[in-house]
Each structure stands twice: as structure tokens, then as C-alpha cells.
Design a protein around this ligand. Sequence first.
Ligand SMILES: [Zn+2]
Length: 90
Amino acid sequence: MPKIGNTKSIEEIPCSRCGSKRKIAKKWKEKIQNSSGFMTLEHTSVICTNKVCQAEFDAVILADAAKREKLKQIKLEDSAKRMAASKTAE
Ligand SMILES: [Zn+2]
């Protein structure tokens, strides 16, 4: 069982990339509905106070998102091709 009640706040954990202090950039709540009713998810966006480190991180995130988008597109095209292939095979 994981320990519940982490006493360390997210800001106290140093940046895993450069070891600098981090700070909360944004906090927001999201209400989602599931089978047992509503639940509220709390999101926290933490950024590194080291501007160079954070800029690099942002670039990585952007590149990652682009990569994922590309993969998604390839997958979609693949399944479309497979669908078309299975239709002609019938
Ligand atoms: Zn950092």
C-alpha cells in the first residue's frame, strides 16, 4: 500500500532536472463524472524556477506532443488502410 498523506508539498520537491526550486504556476479543479457520481480532480502545474531549465522542458513537451500527434495520425492511417484491405479481401 502506498503511504497516504504525503507531507512534502509539491513545491518542496526540487526539480528533477536541475535541482532548482520549483513553484506552482497554475492550480485548477476539474469535475468529472463517473459511474458513482461526480468527483473533483485537482490539478497542479509546477514549473521550475530556473528559466533555462523550464524553457528546455517546455520544448521537450512540445516536441513530445508533436511526436504523439504524428504517431496518432500514422495509427489512424494504418487502421484505415487495414479496414480498406479487409473490405477488398471479402
Ligand atoms: Zn529545473
